[in-house]
Design a protein around this ligand. Structure first.
Ligand code: IMP
Ligand code: MG
Length: 225
């Protein structure tokens, strides 16, 4: 397979040698790579911060997928009367939620809540606590909870049931990522961006590992040592 990935102008990334070259085959050291080509390399995840393993989803793939989800939501809620309440679960939801809300053509408002489940641990023990609740009154309204990822399922399972007990008209959930292998309770989100095939910890596009890598423009796995 051709190892060259076009960057801009006459610059290419050689995916075998992990070097930038031009069309004449000249190889560039990092210090000689023009700034805009460096930016392109970072955006594509061709050069990544230390500690990351591989890119799973590129920025443009995520964008396309979110558009598709938004179209489904537009269709499903086309007859909605009061604006749909999008409830983002902080902090991981913030980029997905911003994208999703901008692709919606149905009336909607946004709200956020914050829950604590993992504490300092990397495993969810099933205890979900609401640290900060929504501000919009949900009585009689349609609610769509927006999450970054479903793993054990404890968080969204708890939240969906919690919102149902608030006299809402309907409660659904949307998640950018799903890790079905991590499931500890029977739970399925209504709208799923991408399904991950294993249990790797992923970061970027809102997701973090101990607050690191949250604002990367792509989704990548981290190295486990
Ligand atoms: P659950 O309650 O186990 O489904 O956990 C969901 C929450 O755990 C998500 O909202 C994330 O904050 C966090 N989480 C689970 N897996 C990952 C991951 O791979 N990367 C980043 N955060 C994750
Ligand atoms: Mg989260």
């Amino acid at each position: 397979m051709n190892p060259f990935i076009w960057l801009e102008d006459n610059y290419y990334w050689n995916d075998e040698t992990h070097k930038v070259v031009d069309e004449n085959g000249n190889v560039f050291e990092y210090k000689d790579i023009p700034q805009k080509i460096r930016e392109r390399l970072k955006l594509l995840g061709l050069i990544m911060p230390n500690g990351l393993d591989k890119v799973l989803y590129q920025n443009f793939e995520i964008d396309l997928r979110i558009k598709e989800i938004a179209e489904k939501i537009n269709e499903d809620y086309k007859d909605i009367k009061d604006p749909l309440i999008l409830v983002g679960v902080l902090k991981g939801c913030f980029i997905f939620m911003a994208d999703l809300s901008r692709y919606l053509r149905i009336p909607h408002v946004i709200d956020f809540m914050s829950v604590s489940s993992y504490g300092d641990k990397i495993e969810n023990d099933g205890n979900v606590r609401i640290i900060m609740d929504c501000r919009v009154n949900q009585k009689g309204r349609d609610v769509l909870i927006v999450e970054d990822i479903v793993d054990s399922g404890y968080t969204l399972n708890y939240l969906v049931n919690n919102f149902k007990s608030r006299g809402t008209n309907s409660v659904k959930s949307a998640t950018l990522l799903d890790k079905p292998k991590g499931r500890k309770v029977d739970f399925e989100a209504d709208y799923v961006g991408f399904e991950l095939t294993d249990n790797s910890w992923v970061v970027g596009y809102g997701l973090d590992a101990f607050e690191k890598w949250r604002t990367l423009p792509y989704i990548a796995t981290i190295k486990r040592n």
